[in-house]
Design a protein around this ligand. Sequence first.
Ligand SMILES: [Zn+2]
Length: 318
Amino acid sequence: MELMKFGIDIGHNSSPDIGAQGIKFEDNLTLDVGNRVMTKLKALNHQVINCKPQRSRSITDSLSTRCNIANANRVDVFVSIHFNAFNGLANGTEVYAISDNARKKGQPVLDEITKLGFFRRGLKNGSHLYVLKNTNMPAILVECCFCDARKDMKLFDPETMANAIVKGLAGKLPDENEPIIHIPDEEDNPSTAVLRLQKALNRLKIPGKNGRSLVEDGIIGAQTKTAVQNLQRITAIQQTGIAGDTTWKGINQILSKRVLRRNHAGGIAVRYIQYRLGAENDSIYGPQTEGLVKRFQQQNGLVADGIIGNMTWTKFIG
Ligand SMILES: [Zn+2]
């Protein structure tokens, strides 16, 4: 994709223009997500114009200043970030656009956010929205989800939301979002690498020969070797007992906490979840696995929706 100039409009946060108050404040959420979106777009070498005024004389002043900044800077796309609020039950994601070109920008953003598990309310006509009417370029307004809905606030994570928006806008994420946490290389002190391995296996709750967690001593012994073999068996990696690149990639894939849901190809991460739940280890997130995930979520005080997002992952691996 060619490099673009994005006008990012962090909703409200410009007194007296303040956002909705739900379970969380819209102002805090839009600021958190918006800042992450701007950082990530810049990391992809796109130009970013922050369209939010510091203070405003009135709501209209706040809105018109945002449009003026975008128009004066001739941004290619204007993206206004908001969170909805209604009656505490309404939930999900909607993206507003007026023109066909704006709809083309909005569709992938909506697609990416709903992949996180939010209900798809749709791509809607935003001809009533000030910032869409008064900007000269394709402009969208993203209602990420509902800040007064328990369901949405449990699922919401600012990092995954920002990633979804960036992926939708730019087609990809900057490299630091790749799920590579660390692959040891030759320069690594061997005992440090072993220590890291033992910590990772303990975090994944993969036991050693004695069925207990490993002593984190940086020394490869029978216990650590068995734990590596156990992990390799669970994730269908050749059982060498040695943690090479493939094994580390597997470990990192699990630790990256990608969202998993029914009928999604999840590979190693699904195999790992199946191991933790005592499901058949076939790497397919089908009905049996889903049932066990829902039960696990219920037992852990989470929304039992069968979607393994950040909160469910945290219950599994911290
Ligand atoms: Zn708003």
